[in-house]
Every structure is written in C-alpha cells, then in structure tokens.
Design a protein around this ligand. Sequence first.
Ligand SMILES: C[S@@+](CC[C@H](N)C(=O)[O-])C[C@H]1O[C@@H](n2cnc3c(N)ncnc32)[C@H](O)[C@@H]1O
Length: 249
Amino acid sequence: MEWFEDETLWADFSDVLFSAERAEEAEARVASSPLLRVPAGAAVLDLGCGPGTYAVPLARRGAAVTGVDLSAALLDRAAVAASAAGVEIRLVRADMREFVEPDRFDLVISMYTSFGLFADHDQNMRVLRNVRASLAPGGRLMIDLYGKEILARDGGQPKIIDVEGGTLIVRGTVLDEWTRFRDDFVLVQGDRARRGHVVHNLYSAVELKAMLGEAGFADIECFGGFDAEPFDNHARRLIVRGVRTLGDA
Ligand SMILES: C[S@@+](CC[C@H](N)C(=O)[O-])C[C@H]1O[C@@H](n2cnc3c(N)ncnc32)[C@H](O)[C@@H]1O
C-alpha cells in the first residue's frame, strides 16, 4: 500500500497536519493573495483538497469549488467544514491520476505539496495532462510546493512541536540524491505514541517548470510566496503557474 492510501495516517495525524492555524492561514491567503483571486462563480478544482483547507475559503468568496481527494476521512472533514461555513462544495473521491473532467475548470489548485506524490515520473506527468484536459481554454493551474531550493537552504532540521495534548516530532530525510523527500512523524499524547510518514518528490523551480512545459502549459511562471514574490533566495514556497492556452486541443 502507498502511504497516501493509508487512512490511518489521516485518522491519526489530520488534527496536527491540518490544524486550525493552517485553516486560518489559508483563509487569510485566499483573502489577500493575488495568486488566489478568483471572480465569483469561477469553476475551481482543488486537487488533493484534504479537509477543505483552501476549498472552503474559496467557496466563501463565491467560487464554484470541486474538491477531489483519495481519502474518504479527509473528504468527510471537508464536508463538515463546508457545512459549518455555510457553503456548498462538490466533493469527489477520486485518484488524481484518473480524475479528468474535460474543459470544465477556470482554475486548478494543488496546495501544500499535493503534487509530485508518485515515485514514477510518468504518473506525475499524467496528473499534469489530466489537469490540462480538465481546464477550460484560458484556464490556469497553480501548484504550491515545498521546493528543493527551499529545503536545501532551510536545512530540514528535526522539529519538536507542541500540539494539543502532546508533542509532535517531525524528521525529514532527503532520498535518492535529492529527488524524493520523506517526513517521519511521531505523535506522543499521554502514554500513546503513533508513527506516520509521507513521501513526495522534490522539484526545483526549473524542473517543475519543465514538467508543465512538457504537459503543454503556456505562460509558465514561478513565485516564492502568496504575495507573488519572486522565487529568489528569500522564497518561502515554490509556486508554479501555467495556462491552458486558448484554442489548444
Ligand atoms: C499534504 S495534503 C494537502 C491537503 C490540502 N491541499 C491542504 O492544503 O491542506 C495532500 C492531500 O493529497 C491527497 N492525495 C494523496 N494522494 C492522492 C491521490 N492519488 N489522488 C487524490 N488525492 C490524493 C491526500 O489525501 C491529502 O489530502
């Protein structure tokens, strides 16, 4: 079983991975980021939407949001969050390697390192091609990742984090000569310790831009944060965008 198919991971760690602070951060970004500005009624696909971290605030701003995720547990959380916020979101349980709805979306977002999960490069390319097919002509893809340059600069040191009722220990390991990254978690609450891990590909800006180019996207650009900062030595995220140009098949 691949790590992302393991529902116990989300059951054990979703409260700490998808904390109230992250939900507030997403709400603030959706309110202020020029990269997340969408006209009311725009059709938005959140690929790997998790518990609705971005889907809910985007719906609150009037977007018609579809959230796709493989985890039933996280989709349940997204449904609860949408209902608490008084918005409707279309939630679809699907594998992003299979999900295609031709010409449907004005914007596709992939947030918080939800892209590059598959060890096989062709499967990640397949996700990009599915996205391009699902975009309406002129529509845009935006991917937000923990990029390779940022990891190299910030060091990926082990972290000990206070969480509700306990402590979370996170240790990152670079794998396969900087092509993959594994985060191991240990959550200690009272006498109970639970382990989990995630693994994803590590992309530099140049590598990710080349993949979007290969998948047929145009006007590919790169940012270092949600205020559309340049991707330079101060970058905090690797954000890459590309457009499905008008008229391409
Ligand atoms: C790091 S989480 C990010 C969630 C959300 N985007 C956020 O910002 O909070 C990655 C998400 O990708 C989902 N995911 C993993 N593999 C998937 C797949 N093959 N198809 C669809 N979703 C998948 C996970 O279930 C999880 O919700």
